[in-house]
Ligand binder design. Structure first.
Ligand code: GLC
Length: 743
């Protein structure tokens, strides 16, 4: 028997209306709301004022394929047809986006469309009409992905990036943007390293907070993902990650906790993988005890697409919305009817979704944003410049303000703007390095593939892409690219020419085999739609390189801390390295990397001086804090930016700790001769470690060393202070008890 409720006076208006609205909803409506109606759309209940919500990726630009999945459903519904041409659809949505552009223009410029159109003229015609109506500003902008955001070390800049992505989302009538991806770079081969920020939890957290605030300040919901410990693509749907509590708390949780506690992120996405025996979407400890109980999360949890392997268990565990829709509606209805699922639990999930809905543009009747494309383009270029890392610059090879360039490498014409998968963005254009250099230096001064006597600089471009769903097999460059570098570098030596390699890569690559044969190396990573212009800005000196590595470039993959435990086997991956991820490992075991965490050169030089501590001691109590200041001066001849980095070392500790941990950073810009004092504040939490035996954070009193530098290994100044307070590991019972600060 179908419940019929047709109240006309109850409507979703504010938080107070939610209980009455839920009481008015039928079981079918509730089960539909928590299950989605299209792959990227939720179920509306117009009679109660519950609108549909439109979601899509992603972190660095709107993934038009996601919205097309909705438009396909809308078109099929309008034409009363059951379109299930999944294979054609998948083929349309793969590759270089030619199919999307053909759909936009309603042409047959794509073989899949051409092949499929006969008999489906109306269908493709309606989709084209919807596409043009829903995306009046045209295809979305592709900004550089998360790794480049991490490489800027500039949370304020990344907040502006978040704003651009929010505005691009609103231009497509979206309410929820499925990002940021904050998963820690446990291993450089993970296929999604390009998407997330860093190997370090402190840097990842600062960048995440900036980004999320930038997005949500525009009224769009950000979705911090993938909670938790989604650090590989191999067997991602179901691999069980075995991680110590300490590693979870000190390495894999901080960016999520900061997203919720500091940035007030409205949504969290549960990950495909499991953690310590339970899939994340069915993990009450993760989704209720920690996320809501400890961190006070009040938004709602959406599963990764297809990650709610047991729908009813997921609802019970606190996973509010399962995507993609529409799936498992009847499963949920039946579970309530047969008593397997308490309806109150379902009501709680519905309430969490409605609570966030009240904040979103669609609920507030906000008009679609009229996109200012230039704003997006300028931000794309600015982010690409700020995230570009100068790795090598012997004998001031760079910058070259003017001159004749000889460009080599297929990648110079075929730029990789971002990685593949949900973070893929089909943008109207991508500026190649060749085009960027020609625009900056003049077509007549840029040749391809040939060094002449009047060549001033040889530019070798190489690319390595990666994508969701697979991890990289190695850090190796493509064989052709490596051969091109070797051959071209040899020519340069024979002809006495300076050379630079441009790395359009998705993460750390093997460099030991060739780096000594070239004069300079510039790392724009996957540089978005404006990459070519950004590379030209940096090579010419129009912009100063100021990116810093957000993850270590190891000399060889075997040096990587997770090497023996990645990507696991037989459905299990053991995080045997514990908290020793990235530089925490290399610096503790003293393995020399190719380039260290926090490293990046500039076209000028900087000097740090005058390190001062506000006190010689720091009392370990809730409001304890220690002021630290240091002076930085631009001692070179050019304007430049530098990132002052502050690391802490526990000089003597009962619990083993890494050789250093990042606890502060600040990016400063200075003219030649310019000087600035940078201040930090160290509170007891910065000294703390997680003690799984005691079940909480603790600070052990004693000596701590402050290290201030411009990379994790280029430490310029140090100082020590004493932490004073109760000793959790002392013999005094009272001490041990009062050492628990309740964090
Ligand atoms: C994907 C990704 C996730 C994305 C979602 C929707 O599988 O893991 O990051 O947001 O599905 O596209």
């Amino acid at each position: 028997m179908t419940e019929i409720k047709n109240s006309t006076c109850v409507r979703l208006t504010d938080e107070n209306s939610i209980p009455a609205v839920i009481r008015e909803m039928t079981l079918q409506e509730k089960a539909s709301l928590v299950a989605g109606v299209y792959p990227f759309e939720t179920y509306p209940v117009e009679r109660l004022g519950i609108p549909k919500l439109t979601l899509a990726d992603g972190h660095n630009g709107i993934n038009v394929f996601h919205l097309l999945c909705n438009y396909r459903g809308h078109a099929a519904a309008r034409l009363g047809m059951d379109y299930s041409g999944r294979d054609a659809w998948r083929r349309l949505c793969s590759g270089n986006g030619r199919g999307v552009k053909a759909l936009f223009d309603n042409t047959d410029d794509d073989p899949v469309i051409k092949e499929q159109r006969p008999g489906l003229e109306d269908f493709y015609g309606v989709i084209s009409e919807i596409l043009r109506r829903e995306m009046p500003a045209g295809l979305p902008s592709c900004l550089p992905p998360g790794l480049v955001m991490g490489a800027t070390w500039d949370p304020e800049l990344v907040a502006e990036v978040g704003k651009v992505i929010a505005l691009e989302s609103r231009a497509c009538n979206m309410d929820i943007m499925l990002g940021p991806n904050v998963n820690i770079h446990r291993d450089p081969l993970c296929g999604r390293v390009f998407e997330s920020y860093s190997e370090d939890p402190f840097l990842a957290a600062r960048i995440a907070v900036g980004y999320i605030q930038g997005v949500q300040n525009e009224g769009v919901a950000a979705v911090v993902k993938h909670y938790a410990a989604n650090n590989q693509e191999h067997e991602r749907r179901g691999v069980n990650a075995r991680i110590t509590d300490r590693a979870l708390r000190e390495i894999y949780f901080p960016a999520f906790k900061a997203a919720v506690v500091e940035a007030g992120c409205w949504m969290v996405m549960s990950a495909y993988n499991g953690v310590n025996g339970k899939p994340c979407a069915m993990h009450p400890w993760l989704l209720k005890d920690v996320l809501r109980g400890e961190w006070g999360f009040r938004g709602f949890v959406v599963s990764d697409w297809g990650a709610a392997y047991d729908r009813v268990e997921a609802l019970r565990s606190g996973n509010d919305l399962e995507m993609p829709g529409p799936v498992n509606v009847q499963v949920t209805v039946d579970a309530v009817k047969n008593g397997e699922l308490d309806e109150a639990t379902l009501d709680e999930c519905v309430g969490n979704i409605l609570g966030v809905m009240l904040k979103l543009p669609v609920f507030k009747g906000a008009a679609r944003h009229e996109l200012d494309r230039d704003y997006s383009i300028n931000m794309a270029r600015r982010l690409a410049v700020e995230g570009t890392v100068l790795l090598k610059n012997d004998n001031e090879t760079l910058p070259l303000e003017k001159g004749r360039l000889a460009v080599f490498g297929d990648n110079a014409r075929e730029p990789i703007s971002t990685g593949g998968g949900s973070a893929g963005v089909i943008s109207p254009y991508v500026v190649s390095v060749l085009d960027g250099l020609s625009a900056r230096y003049g077509e007549e001064n840029v040749s391809f593939g040939k060094i002449t006597d009047d060549t001033d600089l040889v530019v070798m471009c190489v690319g390595v892409e990666s994508h969701e769903g697979a991890d990289r097999p190695s850090m190796d460059l493509n064989a052709d690219d490596l051969l091109m570098i070797k051959n071209t570098a040899r020519q340069c030596r024979q002809k006495g020419k300076k050379s630079v390699v441009v790395l359009n890569v998705c993460g750390p690559v093997e460099m030991a085999g060739w780096v000594d044969e070239v004069d300079a190396v510039v790392l724009p990573w996957l540089g978005g739609m404006e990459m070519g212009n950004a590379v030209a800005d940096v090579l010419s000196g129009d912009a100063t390189p100021s990116g810093k590595l957000p993850l270590t470039f190891p000399k060889r993959y075997k040096d990587v801390p997770a090497y023996l435990n990645f990507p696991g086997e037989f459905g299990e991956v053991i995080y045997g390295e514990g908290i020793y991820v990235g530089y925490r490992y290399y610096d503790t075991v003293e393995i020399e990397p190719m380039y260290e965490f926090g490293y990046g050169l500039s076209y000028t030089t900087f000097e740090l001086s005058n390190l001062k501590l506000g006190s010689e001691t720091l009392e370990i109590k809730r409001d304890g804090n220690l002021g630290v200041s240091v002076d930085i001066e631009n001692t070179g001849r050019r304007y430049g930016k530098e990132v002052v980095q502050l690391y802490l070392r526990d000089v003597e500790s009962t619990i083993r700790k890494p050789a250093k941990e990042l606890k502060g950073f600040r990016k400063v810009a200075l003219e030649p001769g310019g000087k600035q004092t940078v201040s930090f504040n160290i509170d007891p939490k910065a000294l703390a470690h997680y003690d799984a035996k005691l079940g909480g954070w603790r600070v052990e009193p004693g000596a701590f060393q402050i290290m201030v530098g411009v990379s994790s290994r280029d430490i310029r100044l140090t100082a020590e202070f004493i932490a004073t307070g109760p000793n959790p590991y002392g013999t005094d019972e009272g001490d041990a008890a009062s050492a628990d600060l309740g964090w």
